[in-house]
Design a binder for this molecule. Structure first.
Ligand SMILES: Cc1ncc(COP(=O)(O)O)c(C=O)c1O
Length: 381
């Protein structure tokens, strides 16, 4: 039986990390309902675990939705459409330093006139976020979901006004089917907003990763406020296709601080494609099984994520659904209403502590990414 934790011996700074784009946060601030999500200190759990600070980034409510995904979906939609509609120079630089260059209303008028339809594959949150963006812009969205996705998730996407199409395959196959459908849409009016890259030159998937930067900008300010310094010894992030983890590594690698932060990734045991890839030393696809962490049920990493995660992740943990279920209940006692993906970070941290690894102790400042709010889920044996 393979171990549930992989400690990465590679420790090379990833090369060619993109610079921080200051325009991203200004764009998010221009969206309805923007406010920084809380970074919540959890002293009781920290004490129980024997660590200094445990700081949970609470993404259970973000821009009016119940997950962090709209940070990436909104920015990627903005970037893809401004380019497709000729509102920025086709191959020129982005609107660096000029955040209000193209207001949402202008973009909406141009997208409606061009009869654009947004396409996305999703196992829940990303599709809902793309549907919300289509809603803001007054255009259509077609969201493809694997047929196993629960009714609650499908209902929430439809409720944004999008068409939902169930695809009889796993998440990876759904991604491919969505790409084909977007390409076949009449007269190039289909625009794919994919949160995973099939090729290394996928600009939209890069914009998704860039969009997550706002979360880290907020974390930097909040850590300073809570602890009085910018020390972050460990960051724990859930992983599906690895785009969020790519954003984590990118940010923490390029931000100077006294000690380098260790990046820890958490995946469901039934869908641990990053851990499998790290163990194999090359990007490896796997067959996925059932997990309550449906947003993380992915069998293939993003092609742009792997080169960065390969050298930038310190430890990869695979968790059981029962550990996640316990973590959900534990967080509830502290007033955090996390869904399975949101609580997976705590489950992963608890597992690492049980192994005694990674220098965790009273001097540690650990940031947990809690990426989604409460949702229904079904435990299976
Ligand atoms: C709530 C939630 N957490 C974590 C993830 C994992 O993010 P990524 O697929 O970028 O690894 C997802 C992906 O959809 C998600 O919906």
């Amino acid at each position: 039986m393979s171990s549930r934790i992989f400690i990465n011996q590679l420790d090379r700074p990833s090369e060619g990390l993109p610079e921080r784009n200051t325009e991203v946060r200004a764009f998010h601030e221009s969206l309805p309902n923007y406010k920084p999500t809380p970074l919540v200190s959890l002293p009781k759990i920290a004490k129980d675990l024997g660590i200094g600070y445990l700081l949970l980034k609470d993404e259970t409510e973000r821009l009016g939705l119940t997950a962090f995904k709209i940070l990436g979906a909104s920015w990627a939609t903005y970037r893809a459409l401004t380019k497709r509609l000729g509102l920025i120079e086709k191959d020129g630089p982005p609107n660096l330093g000029n955040p209000s260059a193209i207001p949402l209303r202008t973009l909406a008028e141009a997208a409606q006139a061009a009869e654009i339809t947004l396409y996305a594959a999703t196992d829940g949150n990303h599709g809902r976020a793309v549907a919300r963006m289509a809603n803001y812009l007054g255009i259509k969205a077609r969201i493809f979901v694997p047929s196993w996705l629960d009714e609650e998730a499908k209902f929430k996407i439809r409720n944004e006004g999008a068409g939902v199409q169930a695809y009889d395959g796993d998440y990876d196959q759904t991604v491919l089917a969505t790409k084909a459908a977007a390409e076949q849409h009449a007269e190039g009016k289909g625009v794919l907003i994919s949160d995973t890259a099939l090729t290394v030159d996928d600009e939209t998937a890069s914009s998704i990763v860039e969009g997550y930067q706002t979360m880290f900008d907020e974390i930097e300010e909040q850590v300073l406020e809570i602890t009085g310094n910018n020390t972050v010894t460990h960051v724990v992030t859930p992983v599906g296709v690895g785009s969020l983890a790519q954003a984590v590594v990118t940010h923490f690698e390029r931000t100077p601080r006294p000690t380098k932060s260790m990046i820890i990734t958490v995946e469901p045991k039934a869908a641990a494609c990053l851990k499998t890839s790290l163990e194999a030393g090359e990007m490896t696809s796997i067959e996925t099984g059932y997990t309550i962490c449906s947003g993380m049920c992915c069998g293939t990493l993003s092609a742009i994520g792997w080169p960065i995660l390969n050298g930038g992740v310190k430890a990869a943990v695979a968790v059981e659904d029962s550990d996640v279920d316990t973590a959900i209940k534990n967080l509830q006692t502290c007033g955090i209403n996390a869904g399975p993906c949101g609580a997976a970070s705590l489950a992963g941290l608890e597992y690492i502590l049980s192994t005694g690894g990674l220098d965790l102790g009273p001097n540690s400042t650990v940031v947990l990414l809690c990426t989604e709010g409460k949702r229904g889920y079904q435990m299976r044996d």
